[in-house]
Write a protein that binds this ligand. Structure first.
Ligand code: CDT
Length: 311
């Protein structure tokens, strides 16, 4: 194990609701305010939520999806987000920012841009697991039309050498899937950044409503522990356009323990010193994949038997 800790001070910049008619410039001002706050705390990396520049527009159906084009970014940085990029570079703070991406080819992705402390763009991550539905379902109190407004990325979960370690990203529903963490865990990830918009009400099975907070932390804490990695989960919470969304942003250690958690449902910065070398405590011992992980012992049997029918 290394004897020189690689300490990274990380801020999770939770956002409260963004109104449908809130101008992009006003939202960027809120992000800049959280970034300035991070600067006073010596933060080196700020993680903002999924779709951090607008209201969660997939809750509304439009026959012609181009009716929602104004929610998308065709370039990043854009003229409106440039002040955030400028502030961050001046303060020497890197950041991850979720936004709706519309490519020149007309493709639509739920994307997070990762920017290093010197202002260089490290990567754009595009959400893989796309929840909800693509058709009009007016029976719901509100809709979840991500499958209409975004396509699934087939670019997987790459990791990047940045911020003195190995870092990766995932977006909202991605955090519920073990493959998300495992894909990056197998690449040695040390810090995973995840933004989310999670309505409390889950129309297909409202029995899950009361468990939203539990499930949120359950999957991120398990993903952190089982892969020996830091996880930074950041919400856009509170009641937005009548829809209540989960807050409870958290910074989670490789032990699976929550070391910082938001206490409000609004704009709030939480900070933790993330020792990236702590990951080795798990990656080199209990979860030493090279020594102990044996997928060939169970994957071969599973593929031979296929799905086992009950008697
Ligand atoms: N944004 C996002 O992915 N939200 C989903 C909501 C549940 S599916 C309707 C989530 O997994 O939190």
């Amino acid at each position: 194990m290394s004897t020189t800790p690689r300490m990274l001070r990380v801020g999770a910049a939770q956002l409260g609701p963004i109104a449908k008619d809130e101008p992009r410039a006003d939202v960027v001002e809120r992000l800049r305010s959280l970034l300035a706050q991070a600067g006073t705390h010596g933060v080196e990396l700020v993680v903002f939520p999924e779709l951090a520049l607008s209201t969660f527009f997939p809750r509304w159906y439009t026959e012609d999806i181009s009716g929602h084009d104004h929610y998308y970014e065709t370039e990043m940085p854009s003229a409106e987000t440039q002040p955030l990029f400028d502030d961050a570079k001046r303060l020497g703070i890197g950041f991850a920012l979720g936004y709706a991406e519309l490519t020149p080819e007309g493709e639509r992705f739920n994307t997070t841009v990762l920017v290093e402390r010197d202002g260089t763009i490290v990567a754009n991550f595009r959400k893989v697991h796309m929840p909800g539905h693509d058709d009009d379902q007016p029976w719901r109190p509100f809709q979840h039309l991500e499958r209409r407004y975004f396509q699934e990325s087939d670019e997987g979960f790459p990791v990047h050498r940045a911020f003195g370690g190995i870092v990766g990203m995932a977006t909202c529903n991605d955090r519920r899937w073990p493959e998300t963490y495992r894909e990056m865990g197998l690449q040695g990830v040390e810090l995973i950044m995840i933004g989310y918009n999670t309505p409390i009400h889950y129309a297909p099975d409202p029995g899950q409503n009361a468990l939203q907070g539990f499930h949120n932390h359950l999957c991120m804490q398990a993903g952190a522990y089982q892969n020996g990695t830091w996880v930074v989960g950041v919400a856009k919470g509170g009641t937005e356009e009548g829809v209540e969304s989960l807050a409870q942003s958290a910074i989670i250690a490789p032990s699976g323990q929550i070391v910082a958690q938001a206490v409000s449902t609004g704009d709030e910065l939480i900070v933790a010193d993330c020792d990236l070398d702590w990951c080795a405590n798990y990656k080199d011992t209990l979860f030493n994949f090279a020594t102990y992980r044996r997928p060939e012992l169970y994957q071969r049997i599973t593929s031979q038997k296929g799905v086992i029918e009950p008697d």
